[in-house]
Write a protein that binds this ligand. Structure first.
Ligand code: DC
Length: 209
């Protein structure tokens, strides 16, 4: 199969991008890249003492599999290294090649529709209120055995939002041609169905693979 079709899914922390992206990729039979994991893997190496640019330039596939990448400390470290233009530049080519791979691709992150793949055929900006996002992330962390309080998770989400939206290089913002999907009052199933409806419209109503 040689179809090139890129689905860009951007949005703030804990809006549901990851779950929606995985489901959308499975629906269309496309490859999926969680670009946040790249920044988390760089952040994790920096926490261990490596310089940010070196960490980004030497990133390997196995670095993306470490279980601690989901921790709140690594999330904050990821958001901090993501401000650095040299780190973003080091990760650019890999993401761009992934986006245009044969067979279709779904990428989720902050700057996919604006910087990584402005030519993406379908762009979604997935968002939800900070309260809802904090509650969802708190439940996920609790299920994984993390003990952060809801207030702490809420503060972390707001801090990352401010840093990710306020940076000069590739800030978090919807692309001009993105469709915004506010999942605050939606179940995950409803959000996935809404995302597929939006993407089908961009695919000329051709439906799944
Ligand atoms: O999506 P996430 O929460 O795993 O992302 C972790 C951090 O990485 C996020 O706070 C900002 C950064 N990031 C980014 O700057 N650009 C992306 N495309 C993806 C993530």
């Amino acid at each position: 199969m040689s179809e090139r079709f890129t689905i860009a899914i951007d949005g703030p922390a804990a809006a549901g991008k990851g779950s929606i992206s995985r489901a959308v990729a499975a629906h269309y039979g496309f490859a999926h890249l969680d670009t946040g994991l790249l920044y988390r893997a760089v952040g994790a190496k920096v926490l261990l003492g490596m310089a940010p640019e070196e960490a980004a330039l030497t990133l390997r596939a196995e670095d993306l599999e470490a279980s601690e990448l989901r921790s709140p400390e690594v999330a904050q470290a990821a958001s901090r290294v993501a401000v650095l233009p040299a780190v973003r530049a080091a990760l650019l080519d890999f993401q761009r090649s992934f986006a245009r791979r044969a067979g279709g691709a779904v990428l989720d992150g902050r700057d996919i529709g604006t910087v990584i793949c402005p030519e993406a055929e379908a762009k979604l900006f997935v968002t939800a209120s900070a309260e809802v996002r904090a509650k969802r992330r708190h439940a996920e962390l609790a299920a994984a055995g993390e003990t952060s309080s809801l207030a702490q998770v809420h503060a972390d989400v707001l801090e990352r939002d401010a840093r990710d939206s306020g940076r000069a290089d590739a800030p978090l913002k919807p692309a001009a041609d993105a469709v915004t999907l506010d999942t605050s009052a939606m179940t995950l199933e409803a959000a996935i169905a809404a995302a597929i409806e939006i993407i089908d419209a961009r695919r000329g109503g051709s439906g799944g693979a």
